[in-house]
Design a protein around this ligand. Structure first.
Ligand SMILES: *Cc1c(COP(=O)(O)O)cnc(C)c1O
Length: 394
């Protein structure tokens, strides 16, 4: 089989829609195009049945009940709904929110907004592997703390947080606990019952589904969680998130979840072995490189590699046949060094020298080998011509 270029290794930004997902979606554009909220005819019933099937498929993937799943337009909206909805609902109890320095912008910017509304926000630090500690969480909690949000797996360096332990601390104190599991769901086992989470956000397009659809898991409890809707309208999704449902996208999300449920074990091994091949291949050919993130507690598909003395943007431009990025797609329009790499202790120069490789379902070993060769060649050439590399690093 001939290699097709460019090679897509930016699977943390988004993933290719699985062809099986596309097939599942297609009839819901032109054949079953009803509104899932139309109660009076077959078109509506078909659409509603399809949405409920998808809800079950998502619930199976994360170990929840179907009626604990609310559909949204993506993880960004799920996160906004979770954080703003809890902040509003628990305002009378307290105004303190705890999250982590390495969170996605969807969390950090939502918290920044909440600060404008009078909430105090504590950002927990992480260690040099990107790991947040239970001790730090213990220390940060005050009587005014109403909400803790910790990402499950980091989108830049792949570090996996000790979610269950952090959740246990929150549960014991009666503090609402949210996790942004967008990079974790479908890639590694995520079961809401083991995790002590109240709210969990995830997104279809990070797990081979379509863009523009996501979900928020809201734990059923007595009394129910006091989450306040942030979108008012026709009362869809039990009035938590009004708006006509995107039926084809939801069907695709469900199919994507079912595929992950069936194949995650095998797939994560296959992807981790490609990731190890990439890292070993690059590290055996090039001296003076290192991996950002945690050595063990990490996503199977992530390799964030620092090439000290180099400029990652220039390297990426020199190897256009390899589609990678320096960090989160969402912030790459802003020429700021990565807040995640800074939080794990890298200096500005090293944050600008780091490249994120994100391996996915559709990558092949042949693509990995081509990538190794291209990266090694590009870095060797750049090192030879870099005025600063030898000064700084030999
Ligand atoms: C992609 C991503 C988001 C945003 O998800 P969208 O569905 O694109 O809104 C949030 N958090 C993390 C960790 C992500 O990787």
């Amino acid at each position: 089989m001939s290699l097709r270029l460019p090679i897509y290794l930016d699977n943390h930004s988004t993933t290719q829609v699985d062809p099986r997902v596309v097939d599942a979606m297609l009839p819901y554009f032109s054949q079953y195009y009803g509104n899932a909220a139309s109660k009076h005819h077959q078109f509506g019933w078909n659409a509603e049945a399809a949405v409920e099937k998808a809800r079950k498929q998502l619930a199976e993937l994360i170990g929840s009940d179907p009626d604990e799943i609310v559909f949204t337009s993506g993880a960004t909206e799920s996160i906004n709904l979770a954080l703003k909805g809890i902040a509003e609902g628990y305002r009378a109890r307290g105004n303190h929110i705890i999250t982590v320095a390495t969170e996605h912008r969807a969390v950090l910017d939502t918290c920044r907004r909440l600060k404008l509304y009078g909430f105090n926000v504590t950002l927990l630090p992480v260690d040099r592997f990107g790991m947040v500690s239970q001790d730090e969480l213990h220390r940060a909690i005050t009587p005014a703390t109403i909400l803790v949000s910790v990402m499950f797996a980091n989108n830049e360096v792949g570090t996996i947080a000790p979610v269950a332990g952090l959740g246990a601390i929150c549960r014991e104190r009666g503090i609402v606990f949210h996790t942004d599991a967008t990079q974790a769901v479908g890639k590694i086992p995520v079961n809401v019952h083991d995790l002590n989470v109240d709210l969990l956000s995830f997104s279809a397009h990070k797990m081979y589904g379509p863009k523009g659809v996501g979900a928020l898991y809201i734990r059923k409890s007595k009394p129910p969680l006091g989450l306040v809707a942030q979108t008012d309208g026709g009362g869809h999704e039990k009035a938590v998130r009004s708006g006509t449902l995107n039926v084809p996208a939801i069907v695709g999300f469900g199919e994507a979840a079912a595929i992950c449920s069936r194949g995650m074990r095998e797939e994560s091994h296959r992807i981790a072995s490609m990731r190890d091949r990439l890292v070993d291949g690059i590290a055996s050919e090039l001296e003076d490189v290192w991996i950002n993130g945690h050595p063990e507690m990490r996503l199977p598909n992530n390799a964030n590699i620092c090439f000290p003395g180099m400029n990652a943007d220039s390297l990426i431009m020199e190897m256009k046949e390899i589609a990678v990025s320096t960090g989160s797609a969402c912030s790459s329009a802003i020429p700021e060094p990565s807040h995640v790499l800074k939080a794990i202790g890298l200096n500005d120069e090293d944050t600008r020298a780091s490249i994120r490789f994100g391996i996915g379902r559709f990558n092949t070993e042949e693509e990995i080998d081509h990538t190794i060769a291209k990266v090694v060649e590009t870095v060797r050439v750049a090192r030879k011509t870099s005025p600063t590399y030898h000064l700084a690093h030999t």
